[in-house]
Design a protein around this ligand. Structure first.
Ligand code: NAX
Ligand code: ADP
Ligand code: K
Length: 507
């Protein structure tokens, strides 16, 4: 598990760690770790040119101390540092860099505009030549985007970076929101981010794509609070995935009931049931009108059609929730919605997806029933608009996905799995548990039917006894990994994702 702590908690942990240590020791540890990573990346480059962009705070200090080490290393690198702030740079770090032979370009505005513009142009030319660009402008002290007197300079310098250059962000990509909330701020996109002590939310939440590969340098922080965000790794998948024991039978392993896919969206029935069978359900029971039932019977012979005992439900993929109130609706469609409502009224664990979300008007009637909602952003906006009786738009949800998922989790007493390029699994606030973020999936997974497949996997995990929080995170992680497997770098078909799931269930 990779865990991330809030900026406040990281600062408190740094202060605790620094107390018994000599002045500067913590930053020295950070710079040593950073320099080691940078020199390792120079290995394959002949006479590498390294340029660091340096801000006025601790982040720039890390970068300068590290550049001093790189300049003294036997890497034969040509090392330069561009000071971007009018406030200069960390004093001791600047002395160390100068003494080690790092070429310093100071862009602080000290005279005429023309002189400044000329200096910026020269700095941009230097940056354009860099094989490796070190981004030490801002770290956890930064606010999203560029601001202040250095904004225009930062913009020009980052624009000048060559597409082929390897960009290493110090602690986090400058301009990215350290809290990972503001998603579209301008700034650096890194190939690699070297962070210190522990990960921060920026590395795991929706901003994670701009961090590139995350490398953690231990500087001896001791965290005493709960993380605010988490991400599963492959070991967690192996550990959490429920395995059958020798004395298990199909019922003890978990029977999943699927209420999905009416006469209109027959594919949702086939996809959800197929995915549940592939994810290793003890048994899958399908409940729906005649056409999808016939399709399920022929496509997934392992499934059993009709009502019977189950351990958990998937309610909603492709479900026409309006059938009950539509006088023209087919009787079989109405019966399916009745079955969906009965599942929601039961105390059994339930994945509620798509049309099933329209049947919710608050917490499920049986207190404590385990519930996982799996909306995409549009469905979450619609659900909140109804439950809160005020307009919540798609853009609102996109601007603060975790906050909106949290609101729905609190209103429905459920864990909310909000689907997207980063999928968030958000438990109700009262649990105090971290948000789980999953960003395994290729963008090709944004294809019709992929959500039905995800619902099937999550349902199987609920039926096997996992709680919605683990079931949701594990399902989204495996779904994304399977999405990569079926066609790395190319189009993905939802049904193929279902067929690829078994490869990720260990054992
Ligand atoms: N405290 C310590 O001993 C340690 C600090 N560390 C480093 O120090 C960093 C934190 O240092 P600071 O608290 O000095 O903060 P930063 O260095 O992250 O940033 C502060 C500076 O950036 C400017 N700034 C903020 N937002 C900006 C924006 N949007 N556009 C342009 N300029 C902006 C501020 O005005 C300020 O001058 C960490 O991220 C890490 O890199 C590490 O060395 C670990 C140990
Ligand atoms: N840009 C993206 N990158 C990666 N995965 C994505 C992206 N956009 C959507 N997804 C994933 O694709 C799936 C789409 O689900 P959903 O919208 O419910 O589709 P459907 O209802 O057609 O099955 C979800 O698992 C979601 O997380
Ligand atoms: K940085």
């Amino acid at each position: 598990m990779i865990a991330a702590w809030s900026v406040e908690d990281v600062r408190a942990a740094e202060a605790r760690a620094m107390e018994p240590l000599p002045d500067g020791e913590l930053m020295d540890r950070a710079a040593r770790g950073l320099a080691k990573v940078v020199t390792a990346r120079l290995d394959d480059i002949e006479e590498p040119r390294v340029v660091a962009l340096v801000g006025s705070g601790g982040n720039g200090g890390d970068a300068l101390f590290a550049m001093a080490r790189v300049a003294r290393s036997d890497s034969d690198a040509d090392v330069a540092a561009v000071l971007v702030s009018d406030r200069g740079a960390h004093k001791k770090a600047l002395v160390a860099a100068r003494e080690a032979g790092v070429a310093i370009v100071d862009l602080a505005r000290s005279g005429a505009d023309e002189a400044h513009d000329e200096a910026l142009e020269k700095a941009c030319a230097l940056v354009a030549e860099a094989d490796v660009l070190i981004d030490g402008i801002t770290g956890i002290g930064g606010s999203p985007g560029w601001s202040g007197s250095s904004a225009q300079r930062c913009r020009a310098l980052i624009d000048a970076v060559d597409d082929e250059a390897y960009v290493i962000a110090v602690d986090l990509p400058s301009g990215a929101d350290p809290a990972g909330v503001v998603l579209d701020s301008e700034g650096v996109w890194a190939d690699e981010t070297v962070t210190f002590g522990v990960a921060k939310p920026v590395h795991l939440l929706g901003t994670s794509a701009r961090c590139g590969v995350l490398t953690l340098v231990d500087i001896g922080l001791d965290m005493t609070t709960m993380p605010v965000a988490e991400r599963l790794d492959h070991d967690d998948v192996a550990q959490l995935w429920p395995l059958p024991a020798s004395d298990d039978d199909k019922y003890s392993r978990g029977v999943l009931g699927v209420v999905a896919g009416g006469e209109n969206y027959t594919g949702a029935a086939v996809l959800t049931v197929t995915s549940a069978v592939c994810a290793g359900a003890g048994m899958v029971r399908y409940i729906g009108p005649p056409t999808p039932t016939a399709l399920v019977r022929s496509a997934v012979p392992e499934a059993v059609c009709g009502i019977g005992r189950v351990q958990a439900w998937v309610v909603g993929p492709g479900l026409d929730a309006d059938a009950e109130s539509d006088p023209d609706a087919d009787g079989e469609d109405v019966a399916q919605v009745t079955a969906a409502t009965e599942a929601l009224d039961s105390g059994l664990p339930c994945v509620v997806d798509a049309g099933g979300l329209d049947l919710l008007d608050g917490p499920r009637p049986r207190a404590g029933a385990r519930t996982l909602l799996t909306p995409h952003a549009g469905e979450l906006a619609r659900l909140l608009t109804r439950l809160e009786e005020r307009e919540v738009s798609l853009d609102d949800v996109r601007a603060d996905p975790v906050g909106h998922a949290r609101r729905a989790a609190t209103l429905v007493h459920a864990t909310v799995l909000l689907k997207g390029s980063t999928t968030y699994v958000v438990p109700p606030e009262i649990t105090g548990m971290p948000v789980r973020a999953v960003a395994e999936a290729p963008a090709w997974l944004a294809t019709a039917g992929a959500g039905d497949v995800l619902a099937g996997v999550a349902g199987v995990l609920l039926a096997a006894g996992l709680d919605p929080y683990d079931a949701g995170t594990l399902a989204a992680t495996v779904h994304g990994l399977a999405g990569h497997d079926v066609n790395p770098g190319g189009p993905v078909r939802a049904l193929d994702v279902a067929f690829a799931t078994p490869a990720w269930s260990p054992g």
